[in-house]
Structure formats: structure tokens, C-alpha cells
Design a protein around this ligand. Structure first.
Ligand code: ADP
Ligand code: MG
Length: 729
């Protein structure tokens, strides 16, 4: 069995880059080849149907069921021309992945043959049942079936021979069982709230949309090496492995030359992404060895989320073609950087104004400051919830490590913007604006007539940083569905904007001018949200103490962080905005705790199995060799000399005995801790027990294994080592 490791290493070294042929034509020509775009809608749908569908997509009008048949017919015609034989509703259950159940177009024709059929009814709604998806008790009764319903705002696309229809997934009683349904509701809430506030500045605005630009980090590992690591295969991360002597200290991987096999993978992935209308833009090596990143151009949030889900599944397939496995786990390797998925987020009005970007006129800058300050209000009030929205069993390993966002949500604004807010907070109103008779009322901020916010002023440690015309929420995990964070953030923003508008309107009702009322409320809010602003080093110990003093959430235990979803202010916010009900929130938390328990449980089993099947046998084998050597020494040397010559080996023999004993004992304790935890009825409390009693045992086992790895003869070690996993490509 020790052969497998050397065999896979040898094979991995020999692998060549796969030849990737680009499609004929420029990327702009094959872009969206497999997507039912507006152009294709125009071509395949009757004019009146096209107009109605566009109205649904652009203005959120209710879908008229009568056009569904015509839309389905047009889609079918296009799909069949593309060689498609099947269709599926494509949805995002709470498992983090995507789900699909394919149905063929064919139906009996009643004459002994078959016809291709795809009706409006099949397009609009399906009952995949899918009763095995996590639902947190919402579907306990057999009547409570799951339905998927078409989301016309995200275009259908083709994968292989299947037409994929993005859908929401809800229960018979209307509760969301997925990420898309609450996301659409949150986006609707922020649209309404932001539009109302926008009208103070631009009366013509009727819609505000949310932009999301995600950056996907990932690791690639040679497939052969991967197959020799049961922990990677079963849990997505290495549960053991001593640090490589060289890893990322030299910063020589970051932005370095992309290795050939990886370059081929990226090229292949980009082509397939572009054909599916994912606007890939950037690719580069990341900080850790064998870590890379892909970022598209930002898009409307719902579409961007779908595209990220699609990309993650594409990556997995394409990687295999190139003899790689893609690791989306947030922390596949200890001691080096983990992977995240920065979410660049901003709001944009339908008159083209990017609401988080500074403008040219003082009045535009008041709009800018308004949206910045209300974002900070949202993040301040719900910092615990935002952390819960990005928390998971896997991301917990990354947060609070010294290379990822700390487990405290705060916001970095940069010097210029910070000073501006301080200035507004402390100046009195007359100082802040004067009236210029000619142009009507105009706000003037004397010191800063025109803002050019420096995009390069960056703080890499901040989980929520302003970056010139957007905020970058950096705490999202690489494996996560971005929707989770986007639901929380957009809801919190909607709530802040509603409150802002109420207070401004109240002052105006009392006779204050609009600008004066806005400034009053802003100054109040700048004071209120001050605790969330932090431009210092987020990794420092002092910050944890300071954040606690400021009343920010500093909790690190994953199952406890999830509790923030059920805080009264979270439930009230989600319910008032119509995003999620208490029942949905409770059910979803059940799922979160359950998932947490299962993940840790699986890891516990895997580390136990590997300890007993790989580590202890190999260490004992090596120990026997050492013992034989000590005995032989006695045979050829006088006792005293033999003893001194064997001193080092004797020490190792004892060390190995100590470690293997410890591992065996800890594995038993781990099993016992699981047994005790499993008896706890409440899933919430069970998750806490897994965190508090099971996890620490795994860490203790790992420590022993990693020290054994350093002393056992390399030739005997069966598991590919970090240096092999990280440097072979
Ligand atoms: P960096 O790694 O320097 O943060 P990248 O270029 O990798 O930057 O990614 C930045 C992401 O932010 C891209 O997806 C980009 O399209 C997106 N982005 C740029 N401007 C905005 C904006 N106003 N709103 C949302 N996303 C944006
Ligand atoms: Mg970034």
C-alpha cells in the first residue's frame, strides 16, 4: 500500500497539459451560445409574448400563465435545434449545491409513437418531490410536497443534452426550501427601499438593482494524489499532514506564472463558462501553492448567484478532464491560506447611477454619503447575523485564522471617506452647505468639493471593506452559495433605508428642508454606527478586546453563531420585509445545525479510520525496524557502546509508542464524545456538543499524527504529503 503514494506521485509528475481547442470565432461570438438570451427570445417567441416576458423580467410584473405555453414552445424549438432531448428544473436546495432531475421531452403520441413535448405547465412548475433534501421539519407530513417554480429573471441554459430551467424550490405551504426564493424576496425589498430613498435625489428612478461580483478561490490537486488521501475524498480537506518545509513564505506563487496543466484547465473552464454567459474576466495564482482564483465581471445579484453555482459545478467537471480535482473547501490545508469568495456588492439605480460611488456634484455626494452611511447602519445593527450568514462548518476553519477575515464583522472605509464622515458628524449644518441661489439649493462640502475615492487604499484584513464604488464582503466561504450572505446583507440594507426614509420624512413633515433633514439623520447615524468602523489590524488580539467593548459580536463557535438568525431583531427584520418567516428561519437553522453535526461526524469517523488503518500500522512498522536495529547493535557491540549508539533510536521508539498510544486513546475518546453527543435530543445542543467536545479531540489526534509524520521513514508513509499535494501540478 505504501506503493500507491509513490505510484501516484510518479504518474502526476509525468502528466502533460491537456490540449484545449478554442471554439472557432472570438469569445464575443461564442459567448452565451448555450443560453436562451434576449436575442434568442426575440427570434423564437412571437412579438407580443416577447414583450410580455421582457416586462416580467425587467419590471417584475407577474407572469401571465397564458404566455407560458408560447414561451415553452419557443424554448423547445431552440433547444431541439441545439440537440437537446431533456429538460430539468434547476434549483438550489439547502445542501449548498444545485439539484436537477431530468425529464425527457418525449411523450406518447397516442398512435404508438412518440412526440417531443414541452408545455408551459412543465416550464412554470414542477413537483420534483425531492423529499430527501434538508427542510428542517417543514415537510414533516406527506402532503407537504416540494415544488419548483420558474424564475424568469435568470435565463434557461443548456448543459450537454439538457435544458436547465432556474427555479425556486418551495413547500406546498409556501415556505422556501432553497436559497433563491428568499434571495429574490430580499432583492425585491432592497429595490423598494432604495428606490424610495433614491427619489430624494433623482425623482425619475423607479428601480434599484443589486450588483454582485464574486471572486472564486480554489485549489487544484492532482487526481491521483487526491485518490490516495481518504480525508480529501470524503471531507474535502486534509485532516492531517505536517506543514511542508516550504509553502507560501516566499510569496512566489501569488500572481506567478500559471503552470501549464492549470493554464489548460483555466482555458477550458473559461470557454465553457463564456458559452454559458458567465462573463469570466480575471484568472491568477493565489497566495497559497496550488491555489487559484477566477473572477467574472459583476452582474445583477440573482444572476450572479446562479452563475457562481453553475461555475462551481463546471469547475468540478472540467478539472477531472485535466486530471485534477478542484477543492472548494475553505481550508483544505492547515498552515497556509484558505479559500474565500469575496462578494463585491453595490446598488445601482435604473437611471444608471451607481449608488455606492461618489459623484461629481455636491448633491450627488450627499446621495453617496447616504448610501454609505446606511450600509454601515445595516452592517452595524446586524453584524452578528451577517457573520451567521457566512458561517459554516467548513468556513469556520478559515475565519479567525491569520490569513482570512477575522470572526468579527467590521468595516474599513479608508482614510478619505473616514475623514469625510468625521467631518459631517462634527461640523454644524451651516458649515456643511450653503445655498447657491442660481442653481437652486446645492449642498457644498467645502473641504471636499469633488470626491475621488482612492481605490488602492486597501485593508486586506477587513471583512467588509469599501473599495471605491462598492463594498467587498470578504468573509464568504469559497464553497458557499453567495445567496446566503446576499439575503442577509440586502435585507439589512433594506431595513436601514426604510428607517432612514421614515426619519427624514418625519423631519420634513415638521418643516425642515429635504437636505437639512437628510443631513440631520445622517449625522445621527454616523454617530450610531461608529462602532462598526475599524481601519486597524483585524488580526490583532487587541481588536478582539476592543470589538467586545464596542458591542460587536466576537463569537467564534459555529453552532452558536447560527443562533443570530433567531435573534428577535433578525426575525423581525426578515418578517417585516417579507423575506423569511419565523417558521422558515427556525427550519433553516435546524438544517444548519444538522449539517454541522453531520460534517463533523464524518470527519471524526474518517480521522479515526485513518488513524487505525494508516497511521498506527505504519508507525508501528517503523518502530519494529528501529527495535530490530537496537537488538542488532547489542549483538555486534559491547553493551555500553551498543546503548550509546542506540540512544537516538531508543528515543524514537519511545516517542512512537507515546504517540500511537495517545492516538489510540484519543480515537476512543472521540468515539465516546460522539456517542454522548448523539444522545442529545435537541439538534441545536447536539451541534454545540460536537463543536465543544468532538472537534477538540480531532485536533489532538492530528497533532500526534503530524509529529509522527516527521519521524517515520518517508518510504513507509502511505499518504501523499503536503509538499506533494501542494507543489505537483
Ligand atoms: P480584487 O481581487 O482586486 O478585489 P477583482 O478584479 O478580482 O478585484 O474582482 C473585483 C470584482 O468586483 C469583479 O467581479 C468586478 O466586476 C466586481 N466589481 C467591480 N465594480 C463593482 C461594483 N460597483 N459593484 C459590484 N461589483 C463590482
Ligand atoms: Mg477582491
Amino acid at each position: 500500500s505504501s506503493n500507491l503514494r509513490f505510484q501516484v506521485v510518479e504518474e502526476a509528475f509525468k502528466k502533460q497539459a491537456v490540449d484545449v481547442k478554442a471554439p472557432a470565432g472570438r469569445p464575443s461570438e461564442y459567448f452565451a451560445k448555450y443560453v436562451f438570451t434576449r436575442q434568442k427570445m426575440y427570434k423564437y417567441l412571437p412579438a407580443d409574448v416577447y414583450a410580455k416576458l421582457i416586462d416580467v423580467i425587467d419590471n417584475g410584473t407577474r407572469l401571465d400563465r397564458s404566455i407560458a405555453d408560447a414561451v415553452a414552445a419557443g424554448m423547445k424549438r431552440w433547444a431541439m435545434e441545439m440537440g437537446v432531448t431533456h429538460y430539468t428544473h434547476w434549483f438550489q436546495p439547502l445542501t449548498e449545491g444545485t439539484a436537477e432531475k431530468h425529464d425527457a421531452f418525449v411523450e406518447h403520441d397516442g398512435k404508438g409513437g412518440m412526440v417531443e413535448n414541452f408545455s408551459g405547465k412543465l416550464l412554470v412548475q414542477q413537483e420534483p418531490d425531492a423529499s430527501s433534501f434538508p427542510n428542517g421539519g417543514i415537510r414533516n407530513t406527506f402532503e407537504a410536497r416540494g415544488y419548483s417554480a420558474w424564475d424568469p429573471t435568470s435565463p434557461v441554459f443548456i448543459i450537454d443534452d439538457t435544458l436547465c430551467i432556474p427555479t425556486i424550490f418551495i413547500s406546498y405551504t409556501g415556505e422556501a426550501l432553497d436559497y433563491k426564493a428568499p434571495l429574490l424576496r430580499a432583492l425585491h425589498a432592497v429595490d423598494r427601499a432604495a428606490t424610495d430613498v433614491c427619489r430624494y435625489f433623482y425623482p425619475e428612478v423607479s428601480k434599484v438593482k443589486c450588483n454582485l461580483g464574486w471572486e472564486q478561490e480554489y485549489f487544484l490537486v492532482d487526481e491521483g494524489l487526491y485518490s490516495a488521501r481518504p480525508d480529501l475524498m470524503l471531507t474535502g480537506r486534509t485532516l492531517m499532514g505536517h506543514e511542508s518545509a516550504k509553502n507560501q513564505q516566499m510569496d512566489d506563487h501569488y500572481f506567478g506564472t500559471i503552470p501549464d496543466r492549470v493554464q489548460a484547465f483555466m482555458k477550458d473552464l473559461e470557454i465553457r463558462s463564456l458559452e454559458l454567459a458567465i462573463p469570466c474576466k480575471t484568472r491568477h495564482n493565489e497566495v497559497a501553492p496550488n491555489q487559484f482564483e477566477l473572477a467574472p465581471i459583476y452582474e445583477e445579484c440573482n444572476l450572479a448567484v446562479d452563475h457562481n453555482m453553475l461555475l462551481m459545478s463546471l469547475m468540478k467537471r472540467v478539472a477531472r478532464k485535466h486530471g485534477f480535482r478542484v477543492l472548494l473547501h475553505e481550508k483544505p490545508f492547515d498552515g497556509i491560506n484558505g479559500s474565500g469568495k469575496h462578494n463585491n456588492w453595490s446598488l445601482c439605480a435604473d437611471n444608471g447611477v451607481l449608488l455606492h460611488a461618489p459623484g461629481k456634484t455636491p448633491e450627488e455626494n450627499l446621495r453617496f454619503v447616504t448610501f454609505i452611511v446606511e450600509t454601515l447602519m445595516a452592517v452595524h445593527k446586524h453584524n452578528g447575523l451577517l457573520k451567521a450568514s457566512i458561517m459554516s462548518a467548513t468556513n469556520a476553519h478559515r475565519l479567525g485564522g491569520h490569513e482570512a477575515p477575522p470572526a468579527i464583522i467590521s468595516s474599513f472605509l479608508g482614510k478619505q471617506l473616514s475623514e469625510l464622515l468625521d467631518h459631517i458628524e462634527t461640523s454644524d449644518k451651516d458649515e456643511l452647505f450653503n445655498l447657491k441661489a442660481k442653481q437652486g439649493m446645492e449642498l457644498d462640502i467645502p473641504q471636499i468639493p469633488q470626491l475621488i475615492i482612492d481605490n488602492t487604499d486597501r485593508n486586506r484584513t477587513s471583512p467588509f471593506a469599501f473599495t471605491g464604488n462598492r463594498f467587498e464582503f470578504r468573509a464568504i466561504g469559497s464553497e458557499a452559495n453567495c445567496a446566503s450572505a446576499m439575503i442577509a446583507l440586502n435585507s439589512a440594507m433594506a431595513e436601514a433605508l426604510v428607517s432612514f426614509k421614515e426619519r427624514v420624512d418625519m423631519l420634513m413633515a415638521k418643516g425642515e428642508s429635504k437636505i437639512s433633514a437628510i443631513l440631520d439623520v445622517l449625522r445621527e447615524d454616523i454617530k450610531a454606527c461608529r462602532p462598526i468602523r475599524f481601519d486597524g489590524n483585524g488580526y490583532s488580539e487587541e481588536w478582539v478586546a476592543e470589538a467586545r467593548r464596542r458591542g460587536l459580536d466576537t463569537e467564534r463557535s459555529c453552532p452558536i453563531v447560527f443562533e443570530r438568525y433567531l435573534d428577535p431583531e433578525s426575525i423581525e427584520m426578515f418578517e417585516r420585509l417579507g423575506v423569511m418567516s419565523r417558521k422558515e428561519l427556525e427550519a433553516r437553522n435546524e438544517v444548519k445545525w444538522e449539517t454541522y453535526v453531520k460534517k463533523v461526524q464524518i470527519e471524526g469517523r474518517v480521522i479515526s479510520d485513518m488513524s487505525m488503518n494508516h497511521i498506527i500500522p505504519v508507525a508501528t512498522h517503523y518502530q519494529s525496524t528501529l527495535i530490530r536495529n537496537v537488538q542488532s547493535m547489542k549483538a555486534v557491540f559491547p553493551p555500553e557502546k551498543a546503548e550509546s549508539l542506540s540512544a537516538r533510536n531508543m528515543k524514537l521508539i519511545e516517542q512512537i509508542a507515546g504517540s500511537t498510544e495517545a492516538i489510540e486513546r484519543l480515537v476512543e475518546e472521540l468515539t465516546e464524545a460522539r456517542r454522548v453527543a448523539n444522545r442529545i435530543e435537541s439538534i441545536h445542543q447536539r451541534a454545540i456538543a460536537y463543536h465543544d467536545t468532538v472537534e477538540p479531540k480531532m485536533q489532538a489526534i492530528r497533532k500526534e499524527i503530524d509529529s509522527l509524520e516527521m519521524i517515520v521513514e518517508d518510504g513507509l508513509w502511505t499518504l501523499p504529503k503536503y509538499r506533494e499535494l501542494l507543489f505537483i501540478r
